[in-house]
Each structure stands twice: as structure tokens, then as C-alpha cells.
Ligand binder design. Structure first.
Ligand code: GLY
Ligand code: MN
Ligand code: MN
Length: 450
């Protein structure tokens, strides 16, 4: 449950931030378009609607073809599209924890927009102009200086946003627990996905991203979403990697767990990775650079590979030679919020200056210094990816690896462990581990949620 007062405070704070950003960039008002569900090619069916996250920063629910209009000193207006339409569902006027805070003005036809959207001379417009279905003057489109300030602000979460992320984690953990149970009986990746959605009470169009559910060697594909069906059920389950999230008012959980099918080399490796991941989380402090955390994770993974006899070289050599990148080819994590890979991960100030990732880890999505109210993931991984292994085998560094041990681990695919973190004034809160620790086997957990 999201407390009313947390949204009220959130909206007040966001409006103050908008006032400052608009003043700094020379605009007198702001218009945000929510977007719409595009038509499929040569079809009369639509892709799922994905609402503009900037709109949902102020409006908790998703509405297609609707607008948020804000003029400093006034209540934000929600121009809510309620067409006469007997083919499709039309949203009702909201009556919920947030609806009193907005000045809601329903409209049913484009012809009504002229009056509603007057006064665009000094206005900024955020959205995709070609989607809007109107030729009206909307304002200056997507000004970079304004977007930089809003993105920067969005990387510091208000209490309401933290509440939403905490709840999204609770919901996702219901799904993860259901999958951990379901994998103990005969299953396919697709049947696990169905168990996940049932336990979360969220379908594919609601989940923040396509679930990654990978049995055995499929875990070596970082984003394995080609979920296999019953006919492709593996004879023996050696490993399961599930990376799946949940939604709460547009805010995303992004959680990964890996399981071993039997006790042995892979389960020991998994345990070491889990310990290392938790050590990284406990080393998070305000002021520390996320790049530095990534470097610590690289060293931790190299040490594990050395300890398990995968590497014949020491940690420094594995890093200097670039051998580690074969086994850990992605970044340690990313900012998290209304977008799974949230905005401003490479920004270094509110004006839009950037701090790109180091050359040897171009996939690192977060280069920020850690500050209070940031939310981000910590997701180290260790994989046995055939194409990368082949390239390493064919390189001058072939001798750095014990290939017999690698051969034993290839059928297990890999390990990733991903938690969602919020940095608070009095320390770090691990939303994911807390949700697992407090989860109970309730009716919802059995898949009876809504
Ligand atoms: N689920 C995508 C990611 O972890 O970044
Ligand atoms: Mn992630
Ligand atoms: Mn993930």
C-alpha cells in the first residue's frame, strides 16, 4: 500500500523541482504527452501501451493520449482522454489516493484540445511530437537543458518513489518464490514464467520488462527471453537463472536469482558469488563512485574464478589481460526507477554534463557517485558464453584458463544475482533481500493474488 501523504509530498517536491528547472531554462510552463499504443504493421491491432515515464512521474496511473500540463504556481492539470468508444475500454475518472491532487479535465475529441492547450509560446513540450495526433502548437520540443535537469532530479527518489519500489520488490519476490518452488517439479521455462506471473498477479503487458527465465546453458545468454515450451523441457535441470521484475505505479523491480540443480562445483560457485554480491552491497557508502564498486566486483569475480581453478592467472593478471571480460561482460548495475535502466546514469551534473563509462567496460550503465535517495541495482554475473570463450581460446590468453574446468561449467550457463538498493540517510536498504526475508507463504504466494 502506498500512503496518501507520501504521494502528496512527492508531487509538491516534483512541482518545486519543475519550477526551478523551468526558470533555469526560460520556460513558463510544461506539457507532457503520455503517448499511445502504436498500430502493428499492416494490421488493425496495437502494440501494448507503454506510458511516457515523465508523465508517470506526476500521474501514478497510465493513460493513453492524455496530457500533463503544468504552470508554476498552479495545480498540475491532467487532460484525460475519455473518447466515446464502444470498441475499447475507456478509463473512468480516477477516484484514488492521487486524484484530488491534480486538476483533472477529461476530453473526448481532438477538437477540444485547442482550448485546453492554448498558450504555447514559452512552453516546453516533452514527448514524441509525431504521436500526438494534433497539429496544434505544443511548445518547444524536448529541450535538452530541461530534460537533463528533470532526469537528474529523477535519479533522487522521493519517499513515495521509494515506497513504490519497495512494493514492486514485494510483488516480484512473490513470483520469484513461486518459481523456486515450481522448478522442483517437471517444468519448462514457459511454465515457470506462467507461475511467476500468476504469483505476481501481473501479466506480460504490466511487467516492466520481458522475464528472463533460463534453464541450464540458456543462462549464458544475458537476456534469454525465448522461453522454451514443454516439448523442450530439459531432462535434467542443472541450473536456473530468473531475472524478472514487477510494477508498482510505473516503478520497476529488477531482480535476478540463480539456483543450482545439484550440489557440486556450480552450487559452490553460486554460493561464492552470493557472498561476494552481499559484500559489495555492504560496502556501499555515500560519496563512493559506482565505477569503484564495479571495479571491486571485477576483482571479486576474478578471485572466485581463481579459487575455483577456472583461471590459471591471478586477479591482477586476469584484469590486465582483459580475460575477466569473457566471464563478466556487463556492468555491475544501473539506476532504477520509472525505467528499468533509469535515466541519468551517465550524468555528472544537473546541467547535463556526462561521465562516460571507462573504455574497458562500455556496458557499465552507472558512473555516478553514490548519494542519498539514489536507487540502483547490484548485479554481478559470471557466465560461460561459448562465443566469448571461443574468442579467448583463439587469443594469446588461451593459457590463462583451465579449459577442462570451463567445460564442466558450460552446461550450467552462468550466475547472476541482482538486488535493488536504496541509499537512505541512515544507511543502505536492500529492498530485495528484505522482501525475501519478510515474505510469507500467503494466499498471494500460492498464486491467488487478485
Ligand atoms: N533485467 C535487465 C537488467 O538486469 O538490467
Ligand atoms: Mn538490472
Ligand atoms: Mn535484471
Amino acid at each position: 500500500m502506498i500512503p496518501n501523504d507520501s504521494y502528496t509530498q512527492h508531487l509538491e517536491l516534483v512541482c518545486t523541482q519543475l519550477d526551478q528547472a523551468l526558470a533555469e531554462t526560460g520556460f513558463d510552463s510544461l506539457l507532457i504527452y503520455s503517448g499511445h499504443a502504436p498500430l502493428r504493421y499492416r494490421d488493425d491491432l496495437h502494440f501494448p501501451f507503454r506510458c511516457n515515464p515523465q508523465f508517470r512521474w506526476l500521474v501514478p496511473d497510465a493513460y493513453a493520449r492524455s496530457w500533463l500540463l503544468y504552470t508554476p504556481g498552479t495545480r498540475p492539470q491532467l487532460l484525460l482522454y475519455q473518447p466515446d468508444d464502444y470498441w475499447h475500454s475507456v478509463p473512468a475518472l480516477p477516484e484514488t489516493f492521487w486524484s484530488e491532487q491534480l486538476d483533472i479535465r477529461p476530453y473526448s475529441a481532438e477538437s477540444e484540445l485547442k482550448g485546453l492547450l492554448a498558450g504555447a509560446a514559452q512552453r516546453a513540450f516533452l514527448g514524441n511530437r509525431s504521436d500526438c495526433g494534433t497539429d496544434l502548437e505544443l511548445g518547444q520540443e524536448n529541450p535538452a537543458a530541461l530534460n537533463a535537469r528533470l532526469d537528474w532530479q529523477r535519479s533522487f527518489k522521493t519517499r513515495y518513489e521509494q515506497d513504490c519500489l519497495r512494493e514492486a520488490n514485494r510483488i516480484a519476490v512473490r513470483g520469484h518464490r513461486a518459481v523456486a518452488r515450481a522448478v522442483q517439479s517437471p517444468c519448462s521455462e514457459n511454465s515457470l514464467h506462467l507461475s511467476y506471473m500468476k504469483a505476481c498477479g501481473q501479466g506480460e503487458n504490466r511487467l516492466p520488462y520481458d522475464s528472463i527465465i533460463a534453464l541450464n546453458e540458456h543462462a549464458a545468454v544475458l537476456h534469454w527471453t525465448a522461453l522454451s515450451a514443454k516439448t523442450q523441457q530439459p531432462k535434467q535441470i542443472l541450473s536456473l537463472l530468473i531475472d524478472a521484475g514487477a510494477d508498482c505505479f510505473g516503478y520497476a523491480a529488477d531482480i535476478t536469482r540463480t539456483y543450482a540443480g545439484e550440489v557440486g562445483l556450480f552450487s559452490d560457485l553460486l554460493e561464492s558469488m552470493d557472498n561476494m554480491q552481499q559484500e559489495i552491497v555492504s560496502s556501499i557508502t555515500v560519496g563512493r563512485s559506482y565505477v569503484d564498486l564495479h571495479r571491486t566486483a571485477q576483482r571479486g569475480i576474478a578471485k572466485i574464478l581463481q579459487d575455483f581453478g577456472v583461471l590459471r592467472v591471478n586477479v591482477d593478471q586476469a584484469l590486465d589481460e582483459g580475460v575477466l571480460n569473457t566471464f563478466f561482460p556487463h556492468g555491475l548495475g544501473h539506476l532504477l526507477g520509472l525505467q528499468v535502466h533509469d535515466v541519468a546514469g551517465h550524468q555528472s551534473d544537473r546541467g547535463g554534463a556526462t561521465r562516460p563509462p571507462p573504455e574497458d567496460c562500455p556496458a557499465l550503465r552507472n558512473t555516478r557517485n553514490i548519494e542519498e535517495d539514489q536507487t540502483f541495482t547490484i548485479e554481478p554475473g559470471l557466465y560461460f558464453i561459448e562465443s566469448l570463450l571461443r574468442a579467448l581460446y583463439d587469443s594469446d590468453n588461451r593459457k590463462s584458463v583451465n579449459w577442462a574446468t570451463v567445460e564442466k561449467l558450460i552446461p550450467c550457463g552462468g550466475v547472476r544475482i541482482e538486488d535493488n538498493i536504496v541509499v537512505l540517510a541512515d544507511g543502505v536498504e536492500n529492498l530485495t533481500r528484505n522482501a525475501f526475508a519478510t515474505a510469507t507463504t500467503s494466499a498471494q504466494d500460492q498464486g491467488d493474488y487478485k
